[in-house]
Design a protein around this ligand. Structure first.
Ligand SMILES: C[S@@+](CC[C@H](N)C(=O)[O-])C[C@H]1O[C@@H](n2cnc3c(N)ncnc32)[C@H](O)[C@@H]1O
Length: 372
C-alpha cells in the first residue's frame, strides 16, 4: 500500500481549534463550519487507534496522545489487517483526515432535501456530518466490514443520529434504494464501477478518491449525464485506503538479469500528480512506487507480464525483463512536457458502461494507451 499523506499542518489541541484551522484554510463554507462544530470527531473514534506513518502504523498510547491525534488534521487508523490478529499491520479502516473530509463534502455540492449515499461508513463521522446537514432520513451509508459497521452504528446512535445503514459491498447496488442525488465514496476506487453510477439520478454528483496504479491517488468529481454516463474533473490528490476488491496488487515479480544504463531523467520529476494522471492513462498496467532518499527519490516500476525498472536520483538506471520500461516512462514524460506539463486540475475522467477514460482539458481529448 502507498504511504498515507501525513498532514504538515500544525496539530490543533482542541476540536474547535481544528475546525477553526480548516475554516482559516478556506476549506469550510459557513454551513459546513456549523456542521463540523456540531459533530465532535472524538465521538466517532474508538479507544484503540494507530497513527499512519509513511511505512507503518504506530499504536497510539495514552489519553493525551489519543486526543492530540484526534484533534489534528491527520487520519486516525481504527482497524488493521481487516481486523485479523497478527497480520502485517496494514490500515484497513480509519477516520479520514478532516481537511480531506471537508474537501470531499464541498465537492459533493449537497443541498437541503437531497438524498446521499456514502460508501465506506468507517467510524460513522462522515455519515454524522451528512445527517447534521441534511437530516437522518436522507443519508444512506454502506460498510463492508460487519465489526466496523456495528461500531459506527453504535457511535451514531449515541451521538443522536440514525441514518440508513447497511452492511454489505458498496460496489453493488443497494437493493430497493432507488436513485440518490449524491454519492460519496470514502474508500479509494481503482475504477468507478458503472453499477455505482446507476444509483445516481441524471444531474447528480459522484465524489470519489481514485487509486491509480501509477504512483498516486486523486479525487474526482463526476456529474451523471442523461444517458447514464458520468464525466468531470480531477480535484487534487487524495490517499485513501482502497475498497476491498480494488486493492492495488504489490509490485509484480521482477524476473531476469538487470541491465544498467546511465542516469537520465531525475525520477523525482515523475512525482507530480499531473504526470501521474497522464502516465497512468498512457501506460495502463504499469505500477510505480517511490521512496525518498538522501539525494532525492528512488522509484520502482513494474508491468504485469514482465518488464521492470528502478531509478534513483543521480544514479544509473536498472531495467529487467522484456522491453525497456524506463525508456517508455521517459518517452511519456517528454510527451507530457510537449503537451505543456498540465497540472492535475486540467485532467478529467469519463465513465461509461464500457469502462473509464482519462482526458486532458476537454472530455473529447481522451488520453489513449501508448500500446494499443
Ligand atoms: C477510510 S474508511 C471510511 C471513513 C468513514 N467515511 C468515516 O467517516 O470514518 C474506508 C472504509 O471503507 C470500507 N470499505 C472497503 N471496501 C468496501 C466496500 N466494498 N463496500 C463498503 N465499504 C467498504 C472499509 O471497511 C473502511 O471502513
Amino acid at each position: 500500500m502507498l504511504p498515507a499523506v501525513v498532514s504538515t499542518a500544525h496539530p490543533a489541541s482542541t476540536y474547535p481549534a481544528l475546525v477553526q484551522e480548516l475554516a482559516d484554510r478556506g476549506l469550510l463554507s459557513a454551513q459546513w463550519r456549523r456542521v463540523f462544530e456540531a459533530v465532535p470527531r472524538s465521538r466517532f473514534v474508538p479507544a484503540d487507534v494507530w497513527r499512519q506513518l509513511p511505512d507503518r502504523c504506530e499504536p497510539v498510547v495514552g489519553t493525551d496522545a489519543w486526543l492530540a491525534l484526534v484533534n489534528s488534521d491527520e487520519p486516525v487508523v481504527t482497524q488493521l489487517d481487516d481486523g485479523a490478529l497478527g497480520g502485517p499491520g496494514v490500515a484497513t479502516s480509519s477516520n479520514s483526515m478532516p481537511s480531506m473530509v471537508a474537501r470531499m463534502l464541498t465537492l459533493l455540492e449537497v443541498h437541503y432535501g437531497q438524498r446521499v449515499l456514502e460508501i465506506g461508513t468507517g467510524t460513522g463521522y462522515v455519515s454524522a456530518l451528512l445527517c447534521e446537514r441534511l437530516g437522518d432520513d436522507l443519508v444512506h451509508s454502506v460498510e463492508l466490514d460487519p465489526v466496523v459497521a456495528r461500531q459506527a452504528a453504535d457511535a451514531l446512535a449515541q451521538a443522536g443520529y440514525r441514518p440508513h445503514l447497511r452492511v454489505g459491498d458498496g460496489e453493488q447496488a443497494w437493493p430497493g434504494l432507488g436513485l440518490v442525488d449524491r454519492l460519496i465514496a470514502t474508500c479509494a476506487l481503482r475504477y468507478v464501477p458503472y453499477a455505482l453510477l446507476r444509483q445516481v439520478r441524471p444531474g447528480g454528483v459522484v465524489v470519489a478518491p481514485l487509486a491509480r496504479e501509477f504512483w498516486s491517488g486523486a479525487l474526482v468529481q463526476l456529474r451523471v449525464q442523461g444517458d447514464g454516463t458520468a464525466t468531470g474533473p480531477f480535484c487534487g490528490g487524495a490517499t485513501y485506503m482502497p475498497m476491498r476488491a480494488h486493492r492495488v496488487p504489490d509490485l509484480h515479480d521482477v524476473q531476469g538479469k538487470g541491465r544498467s544504463r546511465a542516469a537520465g531523467l531525475d525520477p523525482a520529476r515523475l512525482l507530480d500528480l499531473g504526470f501521474a494522471l497522464y502516465a497512468g492513462a498512457r501506460l495502463p498496467g504499469v505500477r510505480l512506487i517511490h521512496r525518498s532518499t538522501a539525494e532525492g527519490v528512488q522509484v520502482w516500476a513494474t508491468r504485469e507480464g514482465g518488464g521492470a525498472a528502478t531509478a534513483a536520483t543521480g544514479e544509473e538506471v536498472w531495467q529487467y525483463g522484456p522491453g525497456f520500461l524506463w525508456e517508455e516512462i521517459e518517452q511519456v514524460w517528454w510527451e507530457y512536457e510537449a503537451v505543456g506539463r498540465p497540472d492535475a486540475q486540467q485532467f478529467g475522467l469519463t465513465v461509461t458502461d464500457r469502462g473509464q477514460q482519462v482526458w486532458l482539458r476537454d472530455p473529447d481529448e481522451v488520453i489513449r494507451p501508448s500500446r494499443a
